[in-house]
Ligand binder design. Structure first.
Ligand code: NDP
Length: 293
């Protein structure tokens, strides 16, 4: 058996298209402010892509690029200004920040109603309490992919490998909201392959290249690979290539459906960021949420 490919690129493009179709009907286009500190090449690529896709969806993209030695107070002052600017609906601080900056304190400065990454304490609390709020983008992308593949997720066993604040924990809460029976695994979990074989939906968010092999997968399971790992490959164009946390070639023989890396969860993350920007604007301004979002 060879698994069906979950086409994250196409599913993300369809979501971005629904957003682009909804924006002209809003009283004004929502605006996303992205703050980049320093010159990390990967972060620069991410920020460029976010800005491009924001504009392509008909929204306003505001970019703030600050030098690597920016002081905590200067960054805090910029965020305060964005918080107070009624024309800004979403604020995203590109992570990681340079080491001299207190990342938690900076995230804590963002107005929770503009926190389109869903990383503030307020939004984490709202998620736990099942209250309306902005949800983290990557885990939301995982849920959308699972729903697109399986339909109603009620009663499915979902195993999430990884308990990070960014991915694993919020993913667990989001799949719980979908009425899944959720198990969170981590580096101290005993007999991880056997536990993973109980999963109808297996989410890999570990950060270890190709760790999840065929022996982790229940035949027919839906496998969603969050991992993005750069490995050396002399045959690849730049001497390296991206692989996930799942051993794709081995796993696809056991799984029913599987995301590729790249082209799976990655594109969903930005699409969900755009969606969050629209949702943030609607919630702040009291506009009805467009259909299809
Ligand atoms: P973290 O390093 O913060 O967390 C990794 C988790 O994996 C931890 O909970 C850790 O357990 C667990 N873990 C590590 N080794 C093992 C093991 N041998 N067995 C079981 N569990 C293990 O990573 P993130 O959650 O931030 O990211 C995970 C992956 O997802 C990375 O590859 C990252 O690049 C990618 N990513 C992709 C995104 C996208 O848009 N597609 C967005 C964000 C991340 P413990 O807590 O016990 O240490």
């Amino acid at each position: 058996m060879s698994a069906r490919l979950i086409d994250g690129k196409a599913i993300a493009a369809a979501l971005r298209q629904r957003i682009a179709a909804a924006v002209p009907a809003l009283p004004r286009p929502p605006a996303l402010a992205v703050v980049l500190v320093g010159d990390d090449p990967a972060s620069q690529v991410y920020v460029r892509n976010k800005a491009r896709q924001t504009r392509a969806a008909g929204m306003v993209s505001i970019e703030h690029r600050l030098p690597a030695d920016t002081a905590q107070e200067a960054l805090a002052a910029l965020l305060q200004g964005l918080n107070e600017d009624d024309a800004v609906d979403g604020i995203l601080v590109q992570l990681p920040l340079p080491a001299h900056l207190d990342e938690a304190a900076i995230i804590g400065q963002i107005d929770p109603d503009k926190d389109v990454d869903g990383l503030t304490e307020a939004n984490a609390g709202r998620l736990v309490l099942n209250r309306p709020g902005l949800r983290p983008c990557t885990p939301t992308g995982c849920v959308i992919l699972a729903r697109d593949t399986l339909g109603d997720l009620t009663g499915k066993n979902c195993v999430i490998v990884g308990r990070s604040i960014l991915v694993g924990k919020p993913a667990a809460l989001l799949f719980l909201q979908e009425n899944c029976t959720v198990t969170i695994a981590h580096s101290r979990t005993r007999d991880l392959p056997a536990l993973c074989r109980t999963a109808d939906i297996l989410i890999a968010a570990v950060g270890r290249p190709r760790m999840i092999g065929a022996d982790f997968i229940k035949p027919g399971a839906c496998v969603i690979d969050v991992g993005i790992n750069r490995i050396e490959d002399s045959a690849a164009e730049k001497g390296c290539r991206l692989v996930g946390d799942v051993d794709f070639e081995a796993a696809r023989k056991a799984a029913g459906a599987i995301t590729p890396v790249p082209g799976g969860v990655g594109p969903m993350t930005i699409a969900c960021l755009l969606r969050n920007t629209v949702l943030a604007a609607c919630a702040r301004k009291g506009w009805p949420v467009p259909e299809g979002l």
